[in-house]
Design a protein around this ligand. Structure first.
Ligand code: PMP
Length: 311
């Protein structure tokens, strides 16, 4: 991974190698943290953070669901992120805000532990590869079901919950696939290990909804809006596993993966085995929005003021 110079920790900028925590950090033992994955793009109008306000809203919502009070405001975290990107001299980057229970009383009751906040930024290319974005990736339905809301809170982006995605990712990767597809506890299609999933059949687009315990992806919402603006019908509904084998096209969306087509599921080609027309069209429009080439979605980018020239 390509390191940056500075990390923001509880209001201070510290050197990358000095951004450390105590071994008795509560979150290290019990997964009591919430986080975000955000991307900033090098656009014609400068560095733009994609849907920054929506990511900060989800961070605060995730924290709230786990009864963590974030000791900073949204505006403070937004300003800290802008400053961090500028101070690291980055034009484009991945942004990882993390809110976690720090070192305090040990034991499962977390509410007496401090809430610490860090923000890291670094350069990060296509998560599932540039080739994956072009040609599509191979997915495998995981034997691990997606966490369900009768045990945890799948709508929160909480660190401990990611053991589920980690298990699915290891399994898929060891079996030679790029990504896992998790079913929900009813056996219906849910999402990838870090992406939401869409199926296209006869020109209509469907994606699992919150009753499948998805994480409400910000890129999912963006692509749904783009698709509707282009005149496609998009429905949120239950998707059966068998529909993966019948679909004309399947693609996944996420901050890390952006819009990545699936070219195979469980060794069966999706449609023709190449990304289809709907996927290509949405991918093009979405990439234009991310990279600031789209007037229509210009307000999705939170522009970072460039650093003042040295005097
Ligand atoms: N599902 C899971 C489990 C994820 O980790 C992510 C990535 N945050 C997504 C879906 C996609 O969410 P987003 O589009 O907001 O990145």
């Amino acid at each position: 991974m390509k390191q940056a110079d500075l990390i923001w920790m509880n209001g201070e900028l510290v050197a990358w190698d000095d951004a450390k925590v105590h071994v008795l950090t509560h979150a290290l033992h019990y997964g009591t943290g919430v986080f975000e994955g955000v991307r900033a793009y090098d656009t014609p109008r400068g560095t733009g953070i994609f849907r920054h306000a929506d990511h900060l809203d989800r961070l605060f919502r995730s924290a709230g669901m786990y009864l963590m009070e974030i000791p900073f405001t949204r505006d403070e975290l937004r300003a800290a992120t802008h400053d961090l990107i500028a101070r690291n001299g980055l034009k484009s980057c991945y942004i990882r805000p993390l809110v976690y229970r720090g070192a305090g009383p040990m034991g499962l009751f977390p509410l007496d532990c401090p809430v610490d906040v860090v923000i890291a930024v670094w350069e990060w290319g296509a998560y599932l590869g540039d080739e994956g974005k072009q040609r599509g990736v191979r997915g495998k339905v995981s034997s691990f079901r997606r966490i369900s809301s009768d045990a945890v809170i799948p709508a929160a982006k909480a660190t401990g919950q990611y053991l589920n995605s980690v298990l699915a990712k290891i399994e898929a990767s060891k079996a030679g696939y790029e990504e896992a597809i998790l079913l929900d506890d009813r056996g219906l299609v849910c999402e990838g290990s870090g992406e939401n999933l869409f199926v296209v059949k006869d020109g209509a687009i469907a994606t699992p909804g919150f009753s499948s315990d998805i994480l409400g992806g910000i890129n999912r919402a963006s692509v749904m809006q783009i698709a509707r603006d282009l005149g496609y019908a998009v429905v949120e509904r239950d998707v059966a596993r068998g529909e993966l084998y019948l679909a004309d096209e399947i693609f996944m969306t996420g901050t890390a993966a952006e819009l990545t087509p699936l070219r195979e599921v469980d060794d069966r080609p999706v449609g023709t085995g190449e990304p289809g027309e709907v996927t290509r069209t949405l991918q093009r429009e979405f990439e234009d929005a991310l990279h600031g080439r789209s007037e229509r979605y210009a307000e999705w980018l939170d522009l970072v003021a460039s650093p003042a020239p040295a005097t």
